[in-house]
Design a protein around this ligand. Structure first.
Ligand SMILES: Cc1ncc(COP(=O)(O)O)c(C=O)c1O
Length: 305
């Protein structure tokens, strides 16, 4: 699938035409997955384009590389300006997805990556609507386990880590599900290939802890904060596979997936097989926040224009 990329991309400090962005075949990241990326959304509300939680994305962007001493050669301000800049340069007035990434460049076949390894950074963007059916999707637990801190750091949002997501997705699709759920190294629920997971039981909002190798998702954090602000019980605790099946509601969170209800898990209906009330409330709150309709959270929005 070719993405409908905006005309200009950003590459190592400059805006260039998308077809002019080229890298050598010896690029280290292609061979070893030494790339770091963020997925960011910007929302057009008819008046302005708002980038959601930009500062938090930039923070995680830099931190991911630090696990491996891979340097981001641009300051937080430069990265922030480049991200809003790509929207301005392309005159974007539609909700879109923005993908900044940096990677180890021409570094031979050397596995000893140090701060001295050359890195490049780029950003592209494309118009983006719903990733999943917002009326609800099916999910199934897969046999592949989420990798843990015992092998590679789950909090580093790096290209190589996503092979685990890819093989999990392949298995879920083969089994006829829309999305995979991965268990952690202890057999508790971790997350989906590109989303965090929440369950609702007896009115409590529960999500697996980071010790279950879940990514510290920015949407996960958003839902935790909204839940607490609504005076709900929000718990970060181990979730067993069994609890998934008997939960009243399940939803996924992620920049791309936003809030997506799961209406069937391992072929068992969740609740009445429709998005539950708490899930629907979270979807509404989230959509109001990103569209600048709730001023309590407007500090999470960076206006582009
Ligand atoms: C593995 C994984 N988990 C969770 C998430 C959700 O994170 P966020 O809400 O920051 O997009 C993502 C997406 O970035 C992801 O790739």
């Amino acid at each position: 699938m070719r993405l409908p990329l905006s005309k200009y991309v950003w590459f190592d400090g400059k805006f260039i035409l998308r077809d002019k962005a080229m890298i050598p075949i010896t690029t280290h990241a292609i061979h070893y997955g030494t790339s770091i990326f963020e997925g960011i959304r910007a929302y057009w509300n008819g008046k302005n384009l708002f980038v959601f939680r930009l500062d938090d994305h930039v923070k995680r962007f830099r931190r991911s590389g630090q696990f491996y001493n891979i340097l981001l050669n641009f300051s937080d301000k430069e990265v922030t300006d480049a991200i809003t800049g790509i929207c301005k340069k392309n005159k974007i007035k539609k909700s879109c997805y923005i993908r900044p990434f940096y990677f180890v460049g021409d570094y031979g076949i050397n596995l000893h990556v140090t701060e001295k390894a050359p890195t490049n950074m780029a950003i592209f963007s494309f118009p983006f609507g719903d990733l999943f059916n917002k009326n609800g999707i099916t999910a199934g637990v897969v046999s592949w386990r989420k990798f843990s801190d015992m092998s590679t750091p789950p909090q580093a949002k790096m290209g190589g880590n996503y092979l685990n997501s890819i093989i999990a997705t392949q298995e879920a699709k083969r089994n006829g599900y829309d999305e995979a759920i991965l268990l952690d190294h202890n057999g508790n629920v971790s997350e989906a290939p590109g989303e965090n997971i929440f369950i609702v039981r007896e009115g409590q909002l529960i999500t697996p802890p980071l010790s279950s190798s879940a990514l510290e998702g920015i949407t996960r954090d958003t839902i935790i904060k909204i839940g607490k602000d609504l005076d709900m019980d929000v718990l970060e605790k181990d979730v067993t596979r069994n609890e998934l099946i008997i939960s009243d509601e399940i939803f996924l969170t992620g920049t791309a997936a936003e809030i997506t209800p799961i209406i069937s898990m391992d072929d068992k209906k969740i609740g009445n097989g429709k998005p539950g009330n708490i899930t629907k409330k979270m979807m509404e709150e989230y959509s109001d926040i990103v569209m600048d309709k709730n001023e309590d959270y407007s500090h999470w929005l960076t206006p582009v224009y």
